[in-house]
Design a binder for this molecule. Structure first.
Ligand SMILES: Cc1ncc(COP(=O)(O)O)c(C=O)c1O
Length: 401
C-alpha cells in the first residue's frame, strides 16, 4: 500500500480537515500543494498575458504556458501542436461537436452510448438535431458495458462520428476503445473520446488508442479547475472551423474576411487559461512522480476491500462490482440516495448522490439516482472503514422510521 500519511502531506485540504473521508474524486480530485504553488507563482511573479508582449515577463509567461503544452503532449504521446487548452472536458467536447455541424449531412450517423456523461452526449444530440444526422446508441451488455459486439451491430458505412466515453463516470467501466477505433476507421468515421475519468487513473496514450479527438479536465487529476485539454490529430484540427473567434487565433484580417492560424492557436481565441495550464503541467509531473502502476495498485486494493465490506451489509445493491476504475455505484434499499449522502456527511464522509450528469445511465439501471464512492491516492483503508461504518449507521438510523 501507498504511504497515505505522506501522500496527504501533499494535499493541504487535510491540514484543515484532518478527519475528512473524501470519496468523491470522480467528481473532482483534491488539489496538490505543488500545483497550488505553481498557480500562485504565476500570479505572484508574472501575471501577464502570453504570446503578445515583447517584454521579459511576457516571454517568461509564454515559456511556461508553452512548456505546459509540451508536458501535456508528452503525457499522452501527442505532438505539441495537437494540444489545445480549454476550460475543461465539457468545452473540449462541445468544440468538436459544434465544428461537426459544418460537416455532417442528413442521414449521417453518430454513434454514442447510454453510458455518456451529458457533456459527451448532449453536444452530439444537438449537432444531430441541427444537421439531420442520426444518433445511434451502442446496445449495452446486460452489465451495462459498451462491447465490441454491441458496437459492431450498429456500425455502418453511414457512421461518420463515434463519440464515446473511455471510462464511465458512474459505472467505472473501461471501453474497449482500441478495437472500436480500428473498426470505426475502417468505415471512415472519426472517434471522439471522453477521457475525463481515464486520464486521472491510467496511462492514456494516443499512439495506442489512435482516437482522433480526446478530452480531459485538470480538476479531476489534482490540477486546477477551469482548465482542460482537447487533443486532436493535426490534419483534422486544421480542417475544422474554429469554435470561437477573437484575439491571437486569426492569421490575416481584412474588411470582409479573415483567415485562421493553424492549431492549437486556431482554437484558443482570446486570453487563454494561463495559470490553469501551468498548474495542470505540475499536476502531470506529480502523477508521473507517483506513477500509474502505484496509483492503480493502491486504489484497486481500496476498491476491492470496500466492495467486500459492503457485501457484508444487507440491503445494499452495487451496480458495478466489476468496474475497472475505483468507483462504486450503489444504493441502499428503500432509502433515498440523497438521505444517505446527507447522513454520511455527518460522519465527514463525502460521496456523491444523484444522476451524476448521466441520466441515461440511471435510466438503464432502472433507478432515479445512485450513490457513488470513488477513490484516489490519498484514501486509506481507514477511509473505507469509515465509509462502510457510516453506511451501516445511516441504514440503522433510517430503518427506525
Ligand atoms: C466522464 C466525464 N465526462 C465529462 C465530464 C465533464 O467534465 P468537466 O465538468 O470538467 O467539463 C465529467 C465530469 O464529471 C466526466 O466524469
Amino acid at each position: 500500500m501507498m504511504d497515505v500519511q505522506s501522500i496527504r502531506q501533499d494535499f493541504p485540504v487535510y491540514q484543515k480537515q484532518p478527519k475528512l473521508t473524501y470519496l468523491d474524486s470522480a467528481a473532482s480530485s483534491l488539489k496538490v500543494k505543488s500545483v497550488i504553488d505553481q498557480v500562485d507563482h504565476y500570479y505572484h511573479t508574472l501575471g501577464v498575458n502570453v504570446h503578445r508582449g515583447a517584454y521579459d515577463l511576457a516571454y517568461e509567461a509564454t515559456r511556461l504556458y508553452e512548456e505546459a503544452r509540451s508536458t501535456v503532449a508528452s503525457f499522452i504521446g501527442a505532438e505539441t501542436d495537437e494540444i489545445i487548452f480549454t476550460r475543461g472536458t465539457t468545452s473540449s467536447l462541445n468544440m468538436i461537436a459544434y465544428a461537426y455541424r459544418e460537416i455532417l449531412k442528413p442521414g449521417d450517423e453518430i454513434i454514442t452510448s447510454e453510458l455518456e456523461h451529458h457533456s459527451s452526449l448532449l453536444p452530439w444530440m444537438i449537432t444531430a438535431q441541427k444537421t439531420g444526422a442520426i444518433l445511434k446508441y451502442v446496445p449495452l451488455s446486460k452489465e451495462g458495458r459498451i462491447t465490441i459486439e454491441g458496437f459492431r451491430s450498429i456500425l455502418s458505412l453511414n457512421t461518420k462520428v463515434v463519440a464515446l466515453t473511455h471510462v464511465s463516470n458512474v459505472m467505472g467501466y473501461l471501453t474497449p476503445i482500441e478495437e472500436i477505433t480500428r473498426l470505426a476507421h475502417q468505415q471512415g468515421a472519426v472517434v471522439v473520446l471522453d477521457a475525463a475519468q481515464s486520464v486521472p487513473h491510467m496511462s492514456v496514450n494516443i499512439t495506442n488508442l489512435a482516437v482522433d479527438f480526446l478530452a480531459f479536465s485538470g480538476h479531476k487529476m489534482f490540477g486546477p479547475s477551469g482548465v482542460g485539454v482537447l487533443y486532436g490529430k493535426k490534419h483534422l484540427l486544421n480542417q475544422l472551423e474554429p469554435f470561437e473567434y477573437g484575439g491571437e487565433m486569426a492569421d490575416q484580417v481584412d474588411l470582409t474576411q479573415a483567415t485562421w492560424k493553424e492549431a492549437p492557436l486556431r482554437f484558443e481565441a482570446g486570453t487563454p487559461v494561463i495559470s490553469g495550464a501551468i498548474g495542470l503541467a505540475e499536476a502531470i509531473r506529480y502523477i508521473q512522480k507517483i506513477g500509474f502502476k502505484a496509483i492503480h495498485e493502491h486504489t484497486h486494493e481500496l476498491h476491492q476491500y470496500t466492495l467486500k465490506k459492503l457485501r457484508e451489509i444487507d440491503g445494499i445493491t452495487v451496480y458495478n462490482s466489476t468496474a475497472e476504475n475505483p468507483v462504486i455505484a450503489f444504493n441502499v434499499d428503500n432509502i433515498h440516495p440523497h438521505d444517505i449522502a446527507t447522513m454520511l456527511d455527518q460522519y465527514q464522509v463525502s460521496v456523491r448522490a444523484g444522476h451524476h450528469c448521466a441520466q441515461l445511465v440511471t435510466k438503464f439501471l432502472g433507478v432515479n439516482s445512485t450513490l457513488r464512492a470513488s477513490f484516489h491516492i490519498y484514501n486509506s483503508k481507514e477511509d473505507c472503514d469509515a465509509f462502510v461504518h457510516s453506511i451501516q449507521a445511516a441504514k440503522d438510523f433510517f430503518q427506525q422510521f
